[in-house]
Design a protein. Structure first.
Length: 182
């Protein structure tokens, strides 16, 4: 099968910074929609965004260029309020909206690859850097979600002040506590 064919299971096209910005905008739009529809959650979490990250297979493809992209898993991580975690199992599917990575036969209405949008609140101190908070969450592996995410890669795509940073695999922890490459 031709890897660049639109119906290929995985796309091996390079994920660029502009692709990551597109994913961040899709995630932002989803958060705004969610908080507008659920005022209680908005009051609790709309100001507690820790970071937005591309995770799992597409993130691994960004890191190694070999995994390929089946879909994009984009997680919005929030600083958890003790005793009031964000509800679990919320997954929203959006269209990447651009055919660069091809399409999937089981998503005929999509112009591009599916973008799965997920929320997760994690315990961290108010002044923790997003990268260190994510690394701690994945290293501790207390939940099935943390263990699953730790199997591949996590690439921080927002806040934009971090540009794009690979938070996981944790290449940088052993190098004098660095947060990763600029």
């Amino acid at each position: 099968m031709n890897k660049s064919a639109p119906s290929a299971k995985r796309s091996f096209k390079q994920i660029t910074p502009s692709d990551l910005q597109r994913l961040a905008r899709i995630a932002q739009s989803d958060r705004e929609d969610f908080f507008q529809r659920y005022p209680r959650w908005s009051a609790l979490y709309s100001k507690r965004l820790l970071c937005v990250a591309l995770c799992q297979g597409a993130a691994l493809h960004f890191v190694d260029g070999k995994n390929g992209v089946k879909d994009f898993d984009v997680w919005s991580f929030f600083r958890e309020i003790p005793g009031q975690p964000l509800r679990r199992r919320r997954v929203v599917h959006r269209d990447f909206g651009y055919p660069k990575f091809g399409t999937l036969p089981w998503k005929p209405d999509f112009i591009g690859r599916p973008v799965d949008l997920l929320f997760k609140s994690i315990m961290c101190s108010p002044n923790s850097s997003p990268i260190l908070a994510i690394q701690q969450y994945l290293t501790e592996g207390r939940t099935q979600t943390a263990r699953c995410l730790a199997e591949k890669a996590v690439v921080i795509i927002e806040p934009f002040k971090f540009k794009v940073k690979v938070a996981w695999p944790n290449y940088y922890r052993r190098h004098e506590g660095q947060d990763g490459p600029e």
